[in-house]
Design a protein around this ligand. Structure first.
Ligand SMILES: C[C@](O)(CO)[C@H](O)COP(=O)(O)OP(=O)(O)OC[C@H]1O[C@@H](n2ccc(N)nc2=O)[C@H](O)[C@@H]1O
Ligand SMILES: Nc1ncnc2c1ncn2[C@@H]1O[C@H](COP(=O)(O)OP(=O)(O)OP(=O)(O)O)[C@@H](O)[C@H]1O
Length: 311
């Protein structure tokens, strides 16, 4: 008798960079209020799910060895949450192909959680409204709702309340991936420590960033990029200063630490500049590897899915 091999559902999910990341004071719940502008970038993870006897997670790609494959993996937790919502057991094998740097400040784990929600929604034929998935997403992490959403968006609260931002055209980025990672809570704590000592200066409002995004002009946007966590990331990893300097010397319009770091994101003029800047930066010996990306791109979606309900 022929046995039916189940077909996996695969979801592609983007990374993010914070074009503007204003961090408020520490709240009683341990989080900080944020006012941020996210942009989803074309550096992706792919997450596949297939029916299995029990829940499992396999991670492949760069940095896979430092990603947990047990119930502390955000994708595992997403599967349990989705199963609970669907009143069923989470009997799936999850395979994560990492293209997003691990602990790199580009929402790698959050992306996998968002992708798992979308993949299981399809595999189990749930058809949950996007708002329901967003409600589950916020319980998994502050960046998870944006990984579902994609595009460019303002994030407030702890980063989970999203409003889409109108942008024109495509922005081109060069990403310098670091050898190690930085822990997000440790970077927030370092900022609190620096602030207790009187510094660093806080970035201002995002208004100018929003109008630069509307113009589609990378030259206008470049000097406006700002990240309150940058000083904390540089304090924990002073070598990042060299990386930021090298990117600008290589011809980038501006460089910024991405989120909590240590990935550095460089805005460049166009696709051609992305290639030349990335080649020069790769030769400067200031990072583990260099990637080219563009944004904005859509959030987590099933590969090969042309259904506009998923847009
Ligand atoms: C730095 C950013 O990537 C910017 O988008 C995010 O704020 C981090 O989002 P995330 O990795 O999804 O973070 P979560 O898993 O929600 O939180 C991890 C830890 O980071 C700190 N955290 C996170 C978000 C926030 N608004 N304030 C915080 O202080 C808290 O110590 C929290 O316990
Ligand atoms: N699916 C996952 N992928 C990567 N890391 C994961 C995953 N699940 C749990 N983790 C854990 O989370 C830690 C942070 O990894 P992650 O790649 O999410 O960091 P990040 O990109 O800096 O996050 P963010 O930008 O959202 O602050 C890792 O060191 C790892 O132990």
């Amino acid at each position: 008798m022929l046995s039916v091999v189940p077909t996996p559902v695969t979801v592609r999910v983007p990374s993010k960079v914070n074009l503007h990341l204003a961090v408020g004071d520490l709240r009683p719940d341990g989080y900080h209020d944020l006012h941020t502008v996210f942009q989803a970038l074309s550096l992706y993870d792919e997450v596949s799910v297939v029916p299995a006897d029990t829940l499992s997670v396999t991670v492949r790609g760069a940095g896979a060895e430092s990603v947990p494959t047990d119930s502390t993996n955000l994708a595992w937790r997403a599967a349990e949450m989705m199963a609970e919502r669907a009143a069923r057991t989470p009997d799936v094998a999850i395979t994560i192909d990492k293209g997003i740097p691990v602990a790199g400040g580009m929402a790698g784990g959050s992306a996998d959680a968002a992708a798992t929600l979308v993949a299981l929604d399809t595999l189990w034929g749930i058809g949950a409204p996007r708002e329901d998935l967003a409600d589950l997403a916020v319980r998994l992490g502050s960046d998870v709702p944006f990984c579902l959403h994609g595009g460019t968006a303002i994030g407030t609260g702890r980063g989970e309340r999203l409003v889409p931002v109108l942008t024109r055209g495509t922005f081109h980025w060069v990403l310098a991936l670091a050898k190690g990672g930085l822990s997000t809570p440790v970077v927030f704590r370092e900022l609190d420590r620096l602030r207790a000592e009187g510094g660093p200066q806080r970035i201002g409002s995002a208004d100018a960033v929003l109008s630069a995004l509307g113009s589609g002009d990378a030259h206008q946007l470049a000097p406006l990029l700002g990240n309150d966590l940058q000083a904390a990331a540089l304090s924990l990893d002073p070598m990042l200063r060299r990386t930021l300097r090298a990117g600008v010397e290589a011809g980038a319009l501006a460089g910024i630490v991405s989120g909590s770091g240590p990935t550095c994101a460089f805005l460049v003029e166009d696709q051609h500049a992305a290639v030349t800047v990335s080649a020069e930066l790769a030769g400067a010996g200031v990072c583990r590897t260099v990637r080219v990306a563009s944004g904005p791109v859509p959030g987590a979606r099933v590969v090969g899915d042309a259904d506009p309900a998923h847009s």
